[in-house]
Unconditional design. Structure first.
Length: 209
């Protein structure tokens, strides 16, 4: 649930320049060409304006006039509805539900383990096991990317916006894809070549590859 925000003349997006959850929203903003002030935030030192509008003091946070939103998927869907072109969700309810389910699967299967790899302290043996599981999961689904240009779709969607920041961080996590993941690697090349993806990168993210 959003809370009432102090009215601003422009939209503001409080973003962690290193975190994939902020990156996915920046990708949507870039894809839509939204006029927004992106404010890079150190998670250990939140600005007062964010603290006043987000009861969880979390990133990412979007302020849009009298609205404050602070969960990445909620922000992404809001932006897709407010700025309908280009559409990043299907029109029909069944297709929209399937897209949300794919986003959930991406979150569970790939975003969560990537987040753990990049933020948690753990023994190296456990870290290597987590890398192995994530690599095998990605390799297992790689053939899907040979069938359509985007993830289970002919059109770029919010699912791709969730997945692209994870794939961009594979080198940071120490994960190298094997030769049999070629369809996935080709998908990554298509994503990373998009103008919107290039525009979405923070200075930290540009240095990852």
């Amino acid at each position: 649930m959003g809370v009432t925000a102090n009215k601003r003349s422009t939209m503001a997006f409080f973003s962690d320049p290193k975190d994939h959850n902020s990156h996915r929203v920046r990708l949507v903003l870039a894809e839509k060409g939204v006029n927004v002030e992106i404010i890079d935030v150190d998670p250990v030192q939140m600005p007062d304006e964010l603290l006043e509008n987000n009861p969880y003091a979390s990133l990412p946070t979007l302020l849009d006039r009298d609205l404050a939103l602070y969960e990445s998927k909620v922000i992404m869907e809001y932006l897709d509805e407010r700025y309908p072109h280009p559409p990043l969700m299907p029109v029909y309810p069944v297709a929209r539900a399937n897209t949300r389910l794919l986003m959930y699967r991406v979150e569970r299967d790939w975003c969560e383990p990537m987040g753990r790899l990049l933020t948690e302290k753990m023994p190296e043996s456990k870290r290597e096991q987590l890398r192995k599981e994530l690599r095998e999961s990605l390799v297992g689904v790689a053939p899907v990317f040979a069938e359509m240009p985007f993830f289970m779709s002919d059109e770029f969607s919010l699912v791709d916006c969730c997945l692209a920041p994870i794939l961009w961080r594979l080198p940071l996590a120490g994960i190298e894809l094997p030769r049999q993941a070629k369809p996935l690697q080709q998908y990554m090349e298509r994503l990373f070549a998009r103008d919107s993806f290039k525009a979405s990168l923070s200075s930290f993210e540009r240095d990852l590859q």
